[in-house]
Design a protein around this ligand. Structure first.
Ligand code: GTP
Ligand code: NA
Ligand code: MG
Length: 343
């Protein structure tokens, strides 16, 4: 299909950075959830995905008076762990995404896994936006809940403004040492050459409207071709896990195409291709009380981009990080199985 602004899929955005920079907390703040508090030791240990519908983004960015049209259905954000031992999960996350958020703790600046994440993004030429998080930790910061960051900074004392300027300058210098030009997004005149920094607080919501709007606008402006929806299924396995009442399931990210209940699929397996049929397409229940009980919504079909739990027989030996293939009625199964053998 030709690039078409009216037929875009949601961008897949990966959130990366050093341990405890606030990646999960930022997603919680965006979603109104509290995943972060339920994590063991507050450490993210697996990849998780969050879908933010455009209506929600429009609502949250009202104050920014953006009249630009938002053409994408939403934003699919993949959370990754920052702990050094999870490099494979970070790699898998960054492999999948169209765009990324690199979270930096304003009190710490660039840290080892910030730089490691940065190198993963550079390697794949992935565009990213820096969330310079925890601005509320600047000494005597005055909170304006959920405010656009410029409004919030205007209300700060000269002393806070000067702490802020110093820390921003330091971070820009540290990026420069890594060979990258960065600038506060509202001062950035050339997003093609200079990466944007959005100051945020996941605790107070300040700067979140800016971050969401910038991500969506930038993605739809610069990636129309890549984001044009097409029917060919492009789908990656993130996790293989046992799910109560569903047996072994696979958590996937559907980047393009549509999956249907009963579709015949081929999944890469440890002992060769697994041929199976989709029993259920599941997404987390939209209502919190059901989600907390581990309840899922079941769908007849799901269109990309979306994160989905697939329940199907024989998934025990499915391999994470691999693609799944749908066998269409006029396709040769053996041919599809060959594709699923390639790593
Ligand atoms: P890993 O997934 O383990 O790599 O960490 P993470 O980057 O997801 O960080 P997480 O969201 O777990 O936050 C780490 C700690 O920082 C938690 O105690 C959060 O409450 C706190 N935190 C995160 N963002 C902010 C912020 O903007 N301001 C303040 N004051 N605290 C924050
Ligand atoms: Na953490
Ligand atoms: Mg986390």
């Amino acid at each position: 299909e030709a690039p078409n602004e009216e037929n875009l899929r949601s961008p897949v955005c990966c959130i990366m950075g050093h341990v405890d920079a606030g990646k999960t907390k930022l997603l919680d703040c965006i979603q109104g959830t509290n995943v972060q508090e339920s994590e063991a030791g507050g450490i993210t240990q697996q990849i998780g995905a969050t879908f933010i519908p455009t209506d929600n983004i429009r609502d949250r960015t009202k104050e920014l008076k953006a009249d630009a049209k938002l053409n994408v259905p939403g934003l699919l954000v993949i959370d990754t762990p920052g702990h050094e031992s999870f490099v494979n999960l970070r790699t898998r996350g960054s492999d999948l995404c169209d765009i990324a958020i690199l979270v930096v703790d304003i009190m710490h600046g660039l840290e080892p896994q910030t730089i490691e994440s940065l190198n993963l993004l550079k390697m794949r030429n992935t565009q990213f936006i820096v969330a310079l998080n925890k601005v509320d930790k600047l000494y005597s910061w005055k909170v304006s809940p959920n405010a656009p960051i410029v409004n919030s900074i205007k209300l700060q004392s000269e002393d806070v403004k000067s702490q802020f300027d110093t820390r921003v300058r330091d971070v820009i210098f540290q990026f420069k040492e890594q060979g990258l030009n960065t600038e506060l997004y509202y001062k950035n005149k050339n997003m093609d050459e200079t990466f944007s920094i959005v100051p945020t607080s996941a605790t107070t919501g300040e700067g979140i409207p800016d971050l969401l709007l910038l991500l969506v606008q930038w993605a739809q402006k610069t990636m129309v071709e890549k984001l044009t929806y097409h029917d060919e299924v492009q789908c990656t396995v993130l996790e293989v896990k046992v799910s109560k009442g569903h047996g072994t399931t696979i958590d996937v990210v559907l980047v393009n195409g549509v999956l249907h209940e009963k579709d015949q699929i081929v999944v890469c397996g440890l002992q060769g291709p697994i041929v199976t049929n989709i029993k259920a397409l599941l997404t987390p229940h939209p209502m919190k009380k059901y989600r907390l009980k581990g309840k899922y919504m079941q769908h007849k079909e799901i269109k990309a981009a979306m994160s989905i739990k697939i329940s199907a027989p024989d998934l025990d030996h499915a391999v994470t990080g691999t693609s799944i293939y749908v066998v269409s009625p006029n396709e040769d199964l053996e041919h599809v199985k060959e594709k699923a053998k390639e790593p």
